[in-house]
Write a protein that binds this ligand. Structure first.
Ligand SMILES: Nc1nc2c(c(=O)[nH]1)N[C@H]1C(S)=C(S)[C@@H](COP(=O)(O)O)O[C@H]1N2
Ligand SMILES: [Mo]
Length: 257
């Protein structure tokens, strides 16, 4: 790849250096001092840095690179801490991109969960079918990027079991979620298959109340709060980057905790 220094935006080097500082420590280490030259970065990202547009394209690639490194460092066998019942936060906080009086009221009778995309097994699920599967429960800490955390108890089906019954292609890169309140998020496949990733139907032993995501919340103690979708109605297995409500507004896609 050729890299013509004369075509480079004069401030590109500074912009890229600032962006590199934003990378999380492990990504920075992998980046290394030697690659962190303009030519090296241009080569790595496959972008020339000739104008605003190409600088932006490179910044986007760097941020994706950050996600990729986090995904690489994710240990699929490491478990998030669990806690005793006495440590459950009461009352557990509610959070959404709207106020509590706007929580969607999902009607259980007509409700069906669909699993689409790269899946050739059971694609439509009723709540009864999900309740009939083996249930597990966990007491874990939910960490919200807005600066609070709380310990709660969720119960439900291991998401890996649901994906297996759905005939999901587990070599696919992403699992995307669409919710009844039009929220969306997406996760990497190793996290989807993680032993503590539960499609939860209960909170603290009771059917999940509307504010905590009735009829279901995907609960992942290995991920930040915004990656844990409530009121899920559709799941898509895909190789195309799906983004999400907060991710599209600049939150880190990997969102590990
Ligand atoms: N459908 C949906 N899921 C969502 C959200 C949302 O607004 N809508 N907010 C996310 C965020 S930022 C947080 S912190 C948790 C809050 O979950 P809780 O209300 O059970 O505490 O839900 C996550 N999942
Ligand atoms: Mo959050």
């Amino acid at each position: 790849m050729s890299f013509k220094r004369s075509l480079v935006r004069p401030d590109a080097e500074l912009i890229v250096k600032d962006a590199a500082k934003e990378l999380k420590a492990p990504a920075r280490r992998l980046f290394g001092k030697r690659i962190l030259s303009l030519g090296g970065l241009a080569m790595l990202s496959g972008c020339s840095i000739t104008d605003d547009q190409s600088v932006n394209a490179m910044l986007r690639k760097m941020s994706r690179f950050n996600d990729d490194v986090q995904a690489l460092l994710f240990d699929p066998n490491a478990l998030a801490p669990t806690y005793p019942e006495s440590m459950i936060t009461r009352p557990f906080p509610f959070n959404a991109f709207y106020d509590i009086d706007e929580v969607p009221q999902v009607d259980p009778s007509g409700y069906k969960l669909t699993i689409g995309g790269l899946a050739k097994g059971k694609r439509v699920w009723t709540l009864d079918e999900l309740h009939a599967m083996p249930q597990e429960s966990q007491i874990t800490r939910h960490i919200c990027i807005e600066g609070w955390s709380a310990i709660g108890r969720w119960g439900g089906v291991r998401f890996a079991h649901v994906l297996a019954h759905a005939g999901a292609d587990t070599s696919a890169k992403y699992v995307a979620f669409h919710c009844a309140d039009n929220y969306s998020t997406s996760i990497d496949m190793p996290t989807a298959l993680h032993a503590q990733t539960l499609l939860t139907l209960t909170y603290d032993g009771q059917i999940l109340p509307p504010k905590y995501g009735f009829p279901m919340k995907l609960r992942m103690p290995t991920k930040l709060g915004y990656k844990n979708p409530k009121h899920i109605v559709a799941i898509t297995v895909t190789n195309e980057y799906p983004g999400g409500y907060w991710e599209n507004q600049g939150y880190n896609w990997f969102g590990g905790s």
